[in-house]
Every structure is written in C-alpha cells, then in structure tokens.
Design a protein around this ligand. Structure first.
Ligand code: FES
Length: 148
C-alpha cells in the first residue's frame, strides 16, 4: 500500500510502459464525467498498454481544475487482470460514479479502489497524468511497489 492508501494488485501491472511521455487525447475530447479507453503501442508487437481515462467531476467545486478531475488507470482488473469493458468505452455504471468490470462486476471508485466485488480492498493501477496545452499527457510512470 502506498502513502495515499492505494493498494494496487500485481494483476494490474502492465507488461509494457512507454519510456517517453505520450499524448493521450485533447481535453476537449473528454466530456465531463465520461470514461474512455485508449491503447498505447511501442516498437514491437508485444508493446501494448491499455488505459482508462475518467473525467470525474463528481465532487467538483469552484477550487477544482480540469487536471484534478482527470483520473487514469491501467485497464487491468485486480481480480484476474482482465480489461474492464466488454464494449468500447463502456466503463461506468448507470449513475456514472463507479467504474465496473464487466467480467465479474467489481466496482471501483474515483481513486481506483474496489468498493464491491471479488477484489474488494484491492485497487486499479493509478496513472499520473498531466495537462499540457489542452492535451492529456501520460508521462513516464514511477515503478509500482506491487510489481516487486
Ligand atoms: S476480472 Fe474483473 S471482476 Fe473479475
């Protein structure tokens, strides 16, 4: 568990990371409270990273900025390491306040913690994101303690 109480599971560790910062999409292409999936690739066929970006404005107030609302996760469920969605960009429950894994129904809050389902108490692998010039950027990520 890291200092923020995040408890990433080894199942969520990706097989590959891009070594350099990557542009994900324009902020303008992320509607408020939407979640979208993206795939990053590298020079070999095995270099693939699936991620989820969630523009979570659930607890927005006047002090929030766009950057604070953006949540990023590796798209691998802590339960069995499967991608969460069955259909493209279908990540959220009807209320729009939880990510749902379509395989066995695990639900995740905006911090990536599993709040119900078979991996309750574990977490998605959270990503550090940046906003630059209206673009959502995935910088090189720090190693995950769960990978040890
Ligand atoms: S793989 Fe996600 S709940 Fe089982």
């Amino acid at each position: 568990m890291d200092e923020s109480g995040h408890n990433p599971s080894a199942n969520t560790v990706p097989d590959w990371w891009p070594a350099e910062a990557r542009q994900i999409c324009a902020l303008a292409d992320m509607p408020k409270n939407a979640a979208r999936g993206f795939t990053l690739t590298g020079p070999t066929a095995r270099d693939r990273l699936d991620i989820i970006i969630w523009a979570n404005h659930e607890h927005e107030n006047e002090h929030d900025n766009e950057s604070a609302a953006l949540k990023g996760f590796v798209n691998k469920c802590p339960h069995m390491g499967l991608p969460l969605e069955t259909f493209p960009d279908r990540f959220l429950n009807a209320a729009g306040d939880r990510l749902i894994c379509s395989a066995h129904g695990a639900r995740f809050d905006a911090g990536g913690a599993c709040v119900s389902g078979p991996c309750q108490g574990a977490s998605l692998y959270r990503l550090d994101l940046r906003l630059e010039g209206g673009m959502i950027i995935l910088p090189p990520q720090k190693p995950n303690p769960a990978a040890d």
